[in-house]
Design a protein around this ligand. Structure first.
Ligand code: ZN
Length: 203
């Protein structure tokens, strides 16, 4: 049975421990057989007008990173030969709902990457520029691959990445439960992010 976990809401109460070990964490390593060609699709084509440009940039950023690892590539749309699909879904959940976007996570039993990213359309105007849209989608795509927030102590540390400045620049920056929620504003994978991703796919 698939267990759907609200990743955005579950980074527990760690507000007092940000400065100690802001370390990048992974959850579960995905099974490489699912990573050859990851296709990201809109469940509702109408969402493409708001999110399509951000998704293109997010996909481009991941492909730039994975260009040195020909086993992994991303694309948007429904080409043939996809090894895994991530569906972008959307729902009206209200502006005060606790998440703007959330993501499915790596399956415990199959280590299949997450199958969906959910957008709360009542909060999509928070993402008023392409860079904001790309940043949050890069963040959520990372969750589907197994990355956690940089302040999430429930995971396992990546060696030699205890550096707060890296952690805060990361698109997996610590998540604050007090509004305004911190957002990745620059759609770039930092060296910190890259090390975490390398750790996930090199197995
Ligand atoms: Zn998150």
């Amino acid at each position: 049975m698939k267990k759907l976990i609200l990743l955005v809401s579950l980074s527990v109460m760690v507000l007092g421990s940000f400065s100690a070990h802001a370390t990048h964490y992974y959850d579960k390593k995905p099974n490489m057989s699912y990573l050859n060609k990851i296709c990201i699709v809109f469940q509702k084509p109408s969402d493409q007008s708001h999110w399509g440009d951000g998704l293109s940039l997010a996909v481009q950023r991941y492909n730039q990173f994975f260009s040195s690892n020909p086993d992994v590539s991303f694309t948007s749309g429904y080409p043939s030969g996809c090894s895994h699909y991530i569906e972008l879904r959307s729902k009206r959940l209200g502006y005060n709902h606790y998440f703007a976007l959330e993501a499915d996570k790596v399956s415990s039993w199959s280590r299949r990457p997450g199958d969906w990213i959910m957008i709360n359309t009542d909060r999509e105007n928070d993402y008023s520029s392409r860079d904001l849209r790309a940043g949050i989608l890069m963040h959520e795509i990372g969750h589907t691959l197994g990355l956690k927030h940089t302040n999430d102590g429930a995971g396992t540390a990546i060696p030699n990445t205890n550096n707060d400045s890296y952690a805060y620049a990361s698109v997996f920056l610590p998540e604050d439960h007090i509004e305004p929620i911190q957002q990745p504003t620059i759609p770039v994978l930092t060296n910190f992010d890259k090390r975490a991703l390398e750790f996930l796919v090199n197995q």
